[in-house]
Write a protein that binds this ligand. Structure first.
Ligand SMILES: [Zn+2]
Length: 365
């Protein structure tokens, strides 16, 4: 297959438009039309990972963190970023990054942490606004089900655990076809009134092209009337962090031991324990101090994340336990997540998880 076949699929799951403005997810090095036969999955595309790709004849590296984050003005190998890019190009290895877009989907980085910790009833901690739209169209009543089927199949009408959601009301549509028209109903040069249904659908903006295509293909009229509205409400499926619950409450110390074990963390830095039982848990893979307020207001007992600074630990303020498990540790299972996502669609494609531990932080114990 081509690189594009794989990355288009990944971007159906984690659309590039869901990444933060500072991010640089997407195809960083390489030609999207290049044929590939294997990929190497890692968190950080460092030089050792490129060497591993070379040694195993791998065409594409899929990394969580983008190796190029800021603009490159010169390319002469003066730092590790430039050396990685040069080595990748020389060896015809493509580099793709799936970063904050994968953080922000409900099947992404933080969901993997929830699964590792056995959390249930998971939902996005800080859902994003302005990602949903509404389509309103007017269909002759005889063709309403056909149009609805087609638009639902394109992905519209999903709200939480419900699918095929729409609203409709019957009314009359009026039109007069001119000499050059080929009207589906009515006569030329005569105003026609048709019994129509106004149907409304909600959808994620990323699916708009497919949904409008579905409408245009399934609607019987020559000229199809439809409106598109931008919605400002939040999208429960997309945003940073997650919250979930333990099936059985646990003692704080036991829970932290389980986190340390399941997340393979050498060290957990945490705030004062309350000596209560834990049920509700907030998580965020990677640097998550920016979500502390939402974690507190969600009612979570503990917040599992990484990259907290000294003064930020004070912000727990007796309202929550902060547990910093380390950036790499919180995200390392993202590699397995990517493997699972790709294998689901391309079961015969050769995938390899890097054997390099790319964590730049070492612990002296
Ligand atoms: Zn990260």
């Amino acid at each position: 297959m081509k690189i594009k076949d794989l990355t288009d699929y990944l971007e159906e799951i984690a659309p590039l438009s869901y990444q933060e403005s500072y991010d640089n997810a997407g195809l960083i090095v390489g030609d999207p039309n290049k044929e590939i036969s294997s990929a190497l999955i890692c968190l950080d595309c460092v030089e050792e990972v490129i060497d591993e790709a070379i040694a195993h004849n791998i065409d594409l590296i899929i990394a969580h963190h983008p190796i190029v984050f800021k603009g490159l003005k010169k390319l002469n190998g003066k730092d590790y970023v430039e050396r990685v890019v040069i080595k990748a190009i020389k060896n015809d290895i493509a580099i793709y990054a799936i970063h904050t877009n994968l953080d922000h989907v409900s099947v992404g980085v933080s969901k993997k942490i929830c699964d590792k910790l056995g959390l249930v009833n998971t939902r996005v901690l800080a859902p994003k606004d302005n990602l949903l739209k509404k389509l309103v169209t007017f269909v002759p009543q005889s063709h309403k089900e056909q149009v609805k089927d087609s638009i639902f199949a394109a992905g519209a009408g999903k709200i939480g655990n419900y699918s095929e959601c729409s609203f409709e009301v019957n009314g009359q549509g009026n039109f007069k076809a001119n000499e050059d028209a080929d009207p589906f109903v009515g006569e030329k040069n005569k105003r026609h009134t048709e019994d129509e249904t106004r149907v409304e659908f909600i959808y994620p903006a990323t699916l708009e092209k497919a949904i409008i295509n579905a409408l245009l293909k399934s609607h019987p009229y020559e000229e199809i009337a439809y409106d598109i509205y931008a919605l400002t409400i939040s999208y429960s499926e997309v945003g940073a962090g997650m919250i979930g619950e333990l099936e059985q409450p646990m003692k704080e110390a036991d829970f932290l031991k389980m986190v340390k074990n399941n997340m393979k963390a050498d060290v957990i830095r945490h705030t004062k324990l309350f000596d209560k039982e834990i049920r509700k848990v907030a998580v965020c893979g990677g640097a998550g101090s920016f979500l502390l307020k939402q974690a507190i207001s969600s009612g979570a007992h503990i917040y599992i994340s990484a990259d907290f600074k000294y003064h930020e630990f004070f912000d727990a303020d007796g309202k929550i336990i902060i547990a910093d498990i380390g950036h790499f540790e919180s995200e390392q299972f993202t590699q397995d997540l990517l493997l699972e996502i790709i294998q689901k669609k391309f079961p015969n494609f050769a995938l390899r998880l890097t054997v390099q531990n790319t964590n730049p932080i070492k612990y002296l114990s």
